[in-house]
Every structure is written in structure tokens, then in C-alpha cells.
Design a protein around this ligand. Structure first.
Ligand code: MRU
Length: 358
């Protein structure tokens, strides 16, 4: 999507230098910095420390990470070890293990001198598929927005949580893809952007994406959604997911569950957008079995922003001696999900419909 009127994606392979490049998302919205990934250590750091984040994007990064490893050593045992290391960086988003598995299963019978080129081909394909799938999600989801607009003939108010825009994928995004497609089709939309503490992906990333695409939006702190719903100020909620179980339970950024409960109580449709690579067909009960990442408590106790000299600064916001816990995700039971928007169409969040996507 656009940044300062120029098209940009979150990750790409540059053929002439043989380098993988990413945007360091920790600096957005204050600085747009492109960096190279040159070693497996750098790939693991980028995923763990969230230079790249969002379920589909960490999957694509992992695939390129395997390419970077294979340039050093294309031995299968070595690559298996690297794959385990990359997989351990973040536990919740299933796209990470999905992408690593895509790579590993396709190289088992290859000679060592063929392996690296093949991994690059697979990584490039995973990247391109992600772009294509997210665009299709956008087209399917846009139909929902179009229907609401046809009924009310006023801008459609959409609530989203965290960042499930193009920065969470390669391009287009998942939850925001329908918004981008609607905007390109001149359907008037307005997005309520949840702050999404502790890391504020809503304020820093989603708002930045929408502003760059010239899409009307309002930033709200995390507890506002319920109030807006009671006063008919939200027509539809759309979020992404890091791992959806085969029973339709949806794991997404912490706080998604509470928004879904409020939407249910107010009869507001709650949609979840996701490529099929975000579905874990092996987990039958999302609430019980999806692993929830716990992150550094400093993400809760501190907050970053620009100081009076426009320098990025981290400040402490809790009393000395506080004990903070930091669960990064929660699970919304399937009964609160209106439907899932996938690249194969819009389906019910239940076992039967999800199995048909395999
Ligand atoms: O911790 P993050 O920033 O990686 O979390 C991202 C989300 O929760 C997104 O909503 C999710 O990955 C779906 S995005 C396409």
C-alpha cells in the first residue's frame, strides 16, 4: 500500500544484491527505516523483537530466514535446527510453523547444491501468495461493506483492533484489506482504531496506514468500543487472527475477546479476516489449546513516544516495585464470530466450514 504516495511492501528479496529487506516496524510512525536481514540471528531478533510482526508477515520472514540460513549451510540437519530456532521466536501465530513446514517438506529430497535456490523460490512464492490471498480477502470483505453502505447511504463505521493491515502481512493486510478495497471503490468508510495496549499497534501502525491511504479514521483508547456500539456508531467489527482453531475459535491480539462480547451484546457483526495459513487444523478447541505468548513486562510498565525534541523516548508509567504481566493474545470463542473472511470466500466459524477450506 502507499507510504507518502509510494507503493511499499513489508518484506522483499532484492535480486541484484541477494538481500532480504524489511521495514523496521518498531520505529513507525516516527521513522521509516528499511533494514537488511543477513543472518539467522538477525531473523530471530526481527521476529522476536517485532521489527516484523503480524501473523502472515512473520511466516514470510521465517521462510526468507531459511534462505539466509541455507546460504551459510544447506545441510538438512542444520536447516532443521534453524527451523526449530526460528519457530521458537513467537509461539502464538501459526503462520510461523506453517511457513517453516512449507519450506522443510519441499527440500527433503534435494541435493545440497540445489537446496538454497529452491528455498528462495519457495519463500518468494509464499510472499506472492500472501499478497494475492490478502487481496482476495479484501475483495470478499468489501462486499460486506458495500451491503452496509447500500442500506444506510452514509459512511460505514468499522472498528478494528491491533494492526491487521498491510504491515501485518506483505501487502493489503487482512482486517484492513476490505477497508482498502472499499476505499479504492469509492465506498465511504470511517475506521475506529483501537489503541491496542501494550504495544499500541493500533495507534502507531493502523492509524499510519490509514492516514497514508487517506482513509478517515479516529483513534480511541481500548475501552471505548462498547460505548460506541451502544450508540450505533459502529456498523461492523473486523479483526485479524494469529491462529484460528478448527472449531472456529479465534486467537488474536489481547482485547479482541472483549470487543467480540460487546459486539454480540449489541448485535453488531464481528468478522475475522484471515488467510488459510492462519488456521490451525490440528487444534480443535482454541480456548483450551492455543498457546498464548507472554511478553516482557516492560511493554506494560513503559510507553514510547516522541519527546519535546522529537526524539523517540521510553518512559515508565507505573509505581516502583509494580509487578506487570503481559499476555499478548486472547481467544474469542467461535459463537461470537459472525463469519471468517478468507481467500476462498466468507465462511462460518465452525468445524464443518473450516474443514472445507483445507
Ligand atoms: O503481536 P503482533 O503485533 O504480531 O499481533 C498482530 C495481531 O494480533 C494481528 O491482529 C494478527 O497477526 C492478524 S494480522 C494479519
Amino acid at each position: 500500500m502507499l507510504v507518502n504516495d509510494k507503493h511499499l511492501t513489508t518484506i522483499w528479496y532484492e535480486k541484484k544484491t541477494d538481500k532480504v529487506k524489511i521495514i523496521d516496524q518498531r520505529l513507525i510512525p516516527f521513522e521509516l527505516k528499511i533494514i537488511e536481514l543477513n543472518t539467522v540471528d538477525e531473523v530471530c531478533f526481527a521476529i522476536k523483537e517485532m521489527q516484523v510482526r503480524g501473523a502472515p508477515l512473520i511466516g514470510v520472514t521465517a521462510a526468507y530466514g531459511m534462505y539466509i540460513a541455507s546460504k551459510e549451510n544447506a545441510n538438512l540437519d542444520f536447516l532443521q535446527e534453524v527451523s526449530k530456532r526460528i519457530n521458537a521466536t513467537r509461539p502464538t501465530a501459526v503462520n510461523l510453523s506453517w511457513a517453516l513446514n512449507e519450506v522443510m517438506t519441499k527440500i527433503t529430497d534435494l541435493k545440497e547444491d540445489q537446496t538454497s535456490a529452491k528455498i528462495l523460490e519457495i519463500a518468494n512464492q509464499i510472499r506472492q501468495d500472501d499478497i494475492d490471498n490478502c487481496k482476495k480477502i479484501g475483495e470478499y470483505g468489501c462486499e460486506l461493506i458495500k451491503k452496509i453502505y447500500a442500506l444506510k447511504n452514509k459512511p460505514v463505521n468499522i472498528l478494528t483492533h491491533c494492526n491487521a493491515g498491510w504491515l501485518a502481512t506483505v501487502d493489503w493486510g487482512t482486517a484492513l484489506a476490505p477497508v482498502f478495497v472499499a476505499n479504492k471503490n469509492n465506498i465511504p468508510v470511517h475506521v475506529w482504531v483501537d489503541e491496542t495496549r501494550p504495544r499500541n499497534q493500533g495507534f502507531s501502525l493502523t492509524a499510519w496506514e490509514l492516514i497514508n491511504e487517506n482513509i478517515p479514521n479516529s483513534l480511541i483508547v481500548d475501552n471505548v468500543g462498547g460505548h460506541l456500539m451502544q450508540h450505533n456508531k459502529i456498523d461492523i467489527c473486523i479483526t485479524g487472527t494469529d491462529r484460528t482453531a478448527s472449531n472456529g475459535d479465534v486467537c488474536n491480539k489481547i482485547g479482541t475477546y472483549l470487543k467480540a462480547l460487546a459486539a454480540y451484546d449489541n448485535n453488531i457483526p464481528f468478522y475475522v479476516s484471515a488467510p488459510i495459513s492462519s488456521i490451525d487444523f490440528n487444534i480443535e478447541n482454541g480456548v483450551m489449546d492455543i498457546p498464548i505468548e507472554e511478553r516482557d513486562s516492560e511493554e506494560v510498565s513503559h510507553i514510547s513516544g516522541l519527546d519535546e525534541n522529537n526524539k523517540l523516548k521510553k518512559i515508565k508509567i507505573v509505581p516502583e516495585g509494580s509487578s506487570c504481566t503481559n499476555f499478548a493474545f486472547d481467544v474469542t470463542p467461535a459463537k461470537y464470530i459472525t463469519k471468517l473472511i478468507t481467500e476462498k470466500g466468507i465462511v462460518d466459524a465452525n468445524y464443518q466450514s473450516i474443514s472445507s477450506l483445507k
